[in-house]
Each structure stands twice: as structure tokens, then as C-alpha cells.
Design a protein around this ligand. Structure first.
Ligand SMILES: [Zn+2]
Length: 334
């Protein structure tokens, strides 16, 4: 019981049953964002990561969203890598967190003559500032121009090989099952919050009941073929569609993307459920914030508090937002 209250009439405070256990250490718990595109955000958004206690991040320089052409030329993607390399050190200086790069080629947009890009990539992955290959991974359908599955397999396989040879982890892009609400927007409105004309989607190249899951199965198959350790794969955009496969049938890490929950449908409650079901050992959280979509740099910090409210222990939270990305990506020691 609390001490009698001097309030005129009873208030909620008169009925408090002891102090709740609120661990203030969560306010300063260090965290790492293992997948974002912060170099495409505004300066103010990057500052938000610092204000929220981010210690390190992996900025994924592969995002053919940012090229104006379809399909893209190898040099267009290389320009994106160079742009990220050019600005990375300034971002660290400005915001105090460690910012490393993921270098890779996505398959959501078909790349012409990708081998020239991958030949160049072998030198890029030797740079100290490159901490991972990716994001990449088989995609069921492309923007504007379809990329046949056998060619995608070759492109993903080559990148997995480059990662294995350079002893780097891979950030895998796993496709989410749906975008936005069930109800369709008016013709011509596209998806608010996503600066892409989704009406220009090419016909799918994967014929399966759940193409998004089939894409991940193929990725793991390729990893096994080329000898990339599954423990070195961070499968981003984990969701109810792929989680069981990732954590029960592979050695991959599953990273939940929270920066645009409105699009992926994934919430901290899903992460709490996953930790309860599978343990925290192979779970991570990322923001995937990028300027092409409505996304929230505070989402990971908010999740740290929300996971505790949802019953997750402080040590398990520390494991998923700090220890796991730290050990797999080698970040957080700078
Ligand atoms: Zn991304």
C-alpha cells in the first residue's frame, strides 16, 4: 500500500500497489541498426538516430530505387555505391555513431550486364568501411522489367560467393507478402508513403503458392550451393510468412523491419512472440529507413521500450538490438 494521499478525494495514486519495475537502463541501452539507407535520409533524420542512442549502423548502398532508369546499367548501381562511400565518413563525424556500408545489387530492378558490376564488387568488399554484402536476394517480381529467375539466381549466387570469399556477412532482402492495406487505392494514387509507381510491376517470375517464401527458400538453396555459411546471413524483413522457415530450417538470423511497419505489418509484438517462441539467439531488429518511403528512425528505440512492456527481459532485448548485430556484422566497437 502507498501512504495515504492528501488529495481531496481518492485518485488512481491511492490504489498503486507498489512501484512497477521500470529498468531505466533501457534509456541508455546501446543498439545497432543492421539495415538502413540512412545516407539517403535527411541530415535531421540521421541526427534522430544519434539522439535515440544508436551506436552503429549498416547503411545499405544497394538501392536501385535511386536510379532513374529501368532496367539499370551496372554503372548506375556502382554510382550508388560510390555516393555512399563518398558521404559515409562525414555521416560518422556529424552524428558520432559508427556507420559502415553494405555493398550489393538488389534484384527488384533488373540490372543489365551485372557481371561487370560483380567484377568491380570484388574490390569494393575489401574496403574497411564495407561490413557486409547486400542487400540482395531473389525477388518474385521486378519494377518495370522482369528479371528471369535463372539470371537472378546467378546474380545472387555471385554476390554470395563474393561475400564468402571476403569473409563478410550478407544482408538478405526477403520479400514481404503484401504492401499496405487490403483495400486498393484509387487508380493513379499508387501507395501513399512509397514513392514508386507500383502499377509498373512486371509479371512475377516465381510461380508458387507463396512466391515471397519461395524466394527465401531459393536464397538458402543458393547459399548452400556456393558454401556461404547460413550463420552469416541476416534475413531482413522477417515476417509471419518466412519466420518459421528461417529459424527452424536454416541457420540464418531473422531481422524484423520496424521503420515502415505500416507497410510490412510487423510490430514489436511480433518480435516479442518470436523471442518467446524461438529464443533471442538469432533475432535482430532493423529500421530499413530510406527516403523513398515513409519511415521512422525512432522505431528501433521505441521497440526497445515496447519489448520490455510486452514482457521481454532486458537481457533478451540487449541480445537482439545489440549483441546479435554486433557479433554478426562486427559493428559497435568503434
Ligand atoms: Zn533496405
Amino acid at each position: 500500500m502507498t501512504t495515504p494521499q492528501p488529495t481531496k478525494r481518492p485518485t488512481d495514486a491511492a490504489y498503486l500497489d507498489g512501484d512497477p519495475d521500470v529498468p531505466s537502463e533501457l534509456l541508455s541501452l546501446p543498439w545497432i541498426d543492421p539495415h538502413n539507407h540512412a545516407h539517403t535520409l535527411s541530415w535531421n533524420d540521421r541526427e534522430r538516430y544519434a539522439l535515440a542512442g544508436c551506436r552503429a549502423m549498416l547503411m545499405i548502398a544497394s538501392g536501385a530505387h535511386w536510379t532513374p532508369y529501368r532496367p539499370v546499367a551496372a554503372d548506375d548501381v556502382r554510382y550508388l555505391w560510390d555516393d555512399a562511400i563518398n558521404r559515409r565518413a562525414a555521416i560518422e563525424r556529424n552524428h558520432f555513431y559508427e556507420a559502415k556500408l553494405g555493398i550489393g545489387a538488389p534484384t527488384r530492378i533488373r540490372i543489365e550486364d551485372p557481371d561487370a558490376l560483380f567484377d568491380a564488387m570484388e574490390a569494393y568488399v575489401q574496403l574497411d568501411e564495407v561490413a557486409a554484402v547486400g542487400e540482395t536476394g531473389i525477388t518474385p517480381s521486378q519494377h518495370v522489367s522482369a528479371w528471369p529467375l535463372d539470371e537472378q539466381r546467378a546474380a545472387v549466387g555471385r554476390q554470395f560467393e563474393i561475400a564468402a570469399d571476403a569473409d563478410l556477412p550478407v544482408v538478405l532482402h526477403t520479400p514481404n507478402k503484401s504492401i499496405g492495406p487490403d483495400r486498393q487505392y484509387r487508380d493513379g494514387m499508387a501507395v501513399p508513403g512509397y514513392e514508386k509507381n507500383v502499377a509498373l510491376g512486371a509479371d512475377p517470375v516465381i510461380d508458387a503458392d507463396t512466391p515471397a517464401l519461395e524466394a527465401v527458400r531459393i536464397d538458402v538453396e543458393i547459399a548452400r550451393e556456393v558454401g556461404l555459411d547460413e550463420e552469416r546471413i541476416v534475413a531482413s524483413h522477417a515476417d509471419g510468412n518466412n519466420l518459421e522457415f528461417l529459424l527452424e530450417e536454416t541457420g540464418c538470423y531473422a531481422s524484423f523491419t520496424l521503420g515502415h511497419s505500416w507497410m510490412t505489418g510487423v510490430t514489436p509484438a511480433d518480435i516479442a512472440d518470436a523471442i518467446e517462441t524461438y529464443g533471442p539467439e538469432r533475432i535482430m531488429v532493423d529500421t530499413d529507413c530510406a527516403n523513398i518511403l515513409r519511415s521512422d528512425p525512432f522505431s528501433l528505440k521505441r521497440a526497445i521500450l515496447e519489448l520490455y512492456r510486452l514482457g521481454v527481459d532486458v537481457e533478451d532485448i540487449r541480445r537482439v538490438v545489440w549483441k546479435n548485430p554486433r557479433s554478426v556484422l562486427g559493428l559497435g566497437d568503434a
